[in-house]
Design a protein. Structure first.
Length: 205
C-alpha cells in the first residue's frame, strides 16, 4: 500500500497498480542515496504490525498462502533523521549534512508526516533565478520540501517498494502508520538487506 501527500495532506492511498494510474512515474528512472548513519539527531522507533494487518495485506495483493513475503517493517531503517516543518531551511541542511543523508521525512508540530526534504527539492530551490539566498536560508522547511511525497506502510512487500523507488526516482520512502506517524524509512541499502538474509526469502510479490 502506498500514499501520496500534497500540500501537507494525504491525497491518495492504494496499491502499486492504482498509484501508477493516479500518479504516472517520470520517464527518467534510477536513484542513489547515501546510507543513513544514526547520529544524535536521529529518532529510533520499533514497529511490529499485527497478524491481522499482515493477513489483510496478503489478501489485498492476492498472495499465494504458502508464499513467504518480505515486508517493509523487516528491513526498514528505524533510526533516521526527522525534520520539523518550521525549522529554518539552512538549519535543516546543517542537520542533513551532519547525518550524511540526501533526504529526510518532514513532520508537523503534531508529529505527523507531511513531506520530504531531499536533494532534488534543494537543488530546485537554489536554481530558481529569482531565489534570494539570504531569504532562502531563513525560509521554513515546509516551503522548501517536495510538494508530492510518496509513503508506504509497514506491511508492504519490499519488491513493490523497490519498483516505486525506481519508477519515481525516489531517494527514500517514509514508512507511516495509520496515524501518519513515521515509523521508519526505506532506502536502497534497506532493500539490500534482503540479499543477506539466510535462509533466502521470497520478495517477488
Amino acid at each position: 500500500m502506498f500514499s501520496v501527500y500534497s500540500n501537507e495532506n494525504s491525497v491518495f492511498s492504494g496499491t502499486l497498480e492504482n498509484l501508477i494510474t493516479v500518479k504516472p512515474p517520470p520517464e527518467v528512472v534510477g536513484a542513489t542515496l547515501k546510507a543513513i548513519q544514526p547520529e544524535v539527531e536521529t529518532v529510533s522507533t520499533a514497529y511490529q504490525p499485527s497478524r491481522s494487518a499482515l493477513d489483510t495485506y496478503r489478501d489485498l495483493i492476492h498472495a499465494d498462502p504458502k508464499e513467504q513475503i518480505c515486508h517493509v517493517h523487516e528491513v526498514m531503517h528505524t533510526e533516521y533523521l526527522l525534520i520539523n516543518d518550521d525549522l529554518p531551511f539552512h538549519e535543516a541542511l546543517v542537520k542533513m549534512t551532519a547525518e550524511q543523508v540526501h533526504a529526510a521525512p518532514v513532520i508537523n508540530q503534531q508529529g505527523r508526516f507531511i513531506g520530504v526534504l531531499d536533494a532534488l527539492s534543494i537543488i530546485e530551490r537554489l536554481a530558481q533565478p529569482e531565489a534570494d539566498l539570504a531569504e532562502l536560508r531563513i525560509s521554513q522547511v515546509r516551503n522548501c520540501m517536495t510538494a508530492d511525497a510518496i509513503t508506504t506502510v509497514p506491511v508492504t512487500s519490499i519488491r513493490r517498494v523497490a519498483q516505486v523507488m525506481q519508477a519515481y526516482n525516489l531517494e527514500i520512502v517514509p514508512v507511516v502508520d495509520q496515524f501518519e506517524i513515521v515509523v521508519g524509512v526505506v532506502t536502497p541499502l534497506a532493500l539490500a538487506k534482503v540479499i543477506a538474509i539466510d535462509p533466502p526469502i521470497s520478495v517477488w510479490t
